[in-house]
Design a protein around this ligand. Structure first.
Ligand code: ZN
Length: 405
């Protein structure tokens, strides 16, 4: 009896899993298996990032090792809405190359990720798909350098090798096509987490739009130019999104892919490659010029995590969670019911005995601007607390004046 019951549970779980997968709008295939980078780490990271959108159900196709027998490597590209290239290695069999090109020409989406623009220097059509590439003996024969200088797009046919970067560092990414669906609604510039800044890329650059650039500072062995970081390319009916960012090496942490700017532009670029539009909301933790924002676990921080961190805040800790809360307040500022719901949760921190004095002060400061009559009894209660008397007096005084968020 018990056995039959567990079998039933197993079956129910299986069908539940099936139906969950079926709800995903798109199938994605990450192609990996050879690279001068740590593909064993990057491929699962990219899968996590894509699956997290709940738009994609992602598979990983792994080629044989370097110099291995590639003759059986024939992924069925046509089953997928996007193919993500996390690959820099041996040439594919002719039939696989042809199938990939057919897939793209017939409207398949492609995401070119970081070192995938180093791959296949001798495959002409692949270089048209990536738009710009680097290293592996690429030079003027492969196309011009393309970059921005003094806010002007430059197509530079000067002789020279392709592909370079200085030491990894944080850098500012600047939108060049802020109205493109991938960037629409994002800040026009944001700080990117520590990463390589790919420079001197060159290639056919046909049907290519540069969506965002980063200034390659000469102080960091850069070119002194604004180098392309995010690009779109069209090839036949196929849409290609190319991100030059996201280096993953042998280090234990991967700040380039943990960066919210990378994650979100990758997710949005993937959706655009799949269907030509972007439906994803802008997350509240998207960075701006003030500094990069990291998601060490590749997921957006929830409201309850923000509130827990604020409740236990002490001055030696980061105020990132307060910044998140402020963004959430701005997000619902036109919705009185949602704002009141947020206020109720903030007030519960004031009432909670385990909350720190510093955490309560942060909440009091926010309530001064956005609090309603609802919070007044809880704030008045804090007047009795010597450490919080000044902050709660300020809040009550401020609430008497004109309100604005
Ligand atoms: Zn790299």
């Amino acid at each position: 009896m018990k056995k039959r019951y567990s079998l039933l549970l197993l079956l129910a779980g299986f069908f539940l899993l099936q139906s969950c997968q079926e709800q995903r709008a798109y199938r994605a295939l990450i192609v990996t298996g050879q690279s001068n980078h740590n593909w064993q780490a990057s491929a699962p990271i990219l899968k996590t990032i894509l699956d997290q959108t709940k738009l994609f159900s992602t598979d990983i196709a792994q080629t044989p090792k370097e110099k291995g027998d590639m003759s059986n490597f024939h992924p069925n590209f046509s089953r997928y809405s996007i193919v993500v290239m996390d690959y820099n290695g041996d040439a594919w069999p002719e039939a696989t190359k042809t199938a990939f090109l057919e897939y793209v020409k017939n409207g398949g989406g492609v995401v070119i990720y970081h070192e995938a623009d180093n791959s296949f220097p001798d495959w002409k059509e692949y270089n048209e798909i990536i738009g710009l590439g680097g290293w592996n003996k690429r030079n003027e024969k492969d196309g011009p350098y393309v970059y921005y200088k003094n806010n002007q797009l430059v197509v530079d046919t000067a002789k020279g090798s392709a592909g370079s970067h200085g030491p990894q560092h944080e850098y500012l990414v600047r939108a060049r096509k802020a109205d493109h669906p991938i960037l629409k609604g994002l800040p026009v510039a944001w700080m990117h987490g520590k990463d390589e800044l790919y420079s001197t890329l060159r290639g056919p650059a046909k049907n290519m739009e540069i969506l965002a650039t980063a200034y390659a500072d000469t102080a960091k062995r850069g070119t002194g130019r604004d180098e392309p970081m995010l690009m779109t390319i069209t090839c036949g009916k196929g849409r290609i999104f190319h991100t030059a960012m996201g280096h993953v090496g042998k280090d234990a942490t991967h700040p380039a892919t943990e960066c919210v700017g990378f994650i979100v532009t990758f997710q949005r670029g993937a959706e655009w490659a799949a269907c030509g539009k972007v439906t994803q909301a802008i997350p509240i933790d998207f960075p701006n010029v003030a500094g990069s924002v990291s998601r060490p676990e590749y997921r957006e921080v929830t409201l309850s995590e923000d509130l827990d961190k604020i409740a236990t805040y002490t001055i030696d800790k980061s105020t990132k969670y307060l910044t998140d809360l402020q963004a959430r307040i701005r997000q619902v500022s036109g919705n009185p019911a949602a704002l009141l719901d947020l206020e109720k949760q903030m007030v519960s921190i004031l009432k909670e005995k385990g909350s720190t004095v510093e955490g309560k002060k942060l909440i009091l400061k926010e309530l001064a601007w956005m609090g309603s009559d609802y919070c007044i009894p809880a704030v008045q209660e804090l007047l009795k607390n010597e450490e919080l008397k000044e902050a709660s007096t300020f809040t009550l005084e401020r609430m008497k004046g004109p309100r604005k968020i």
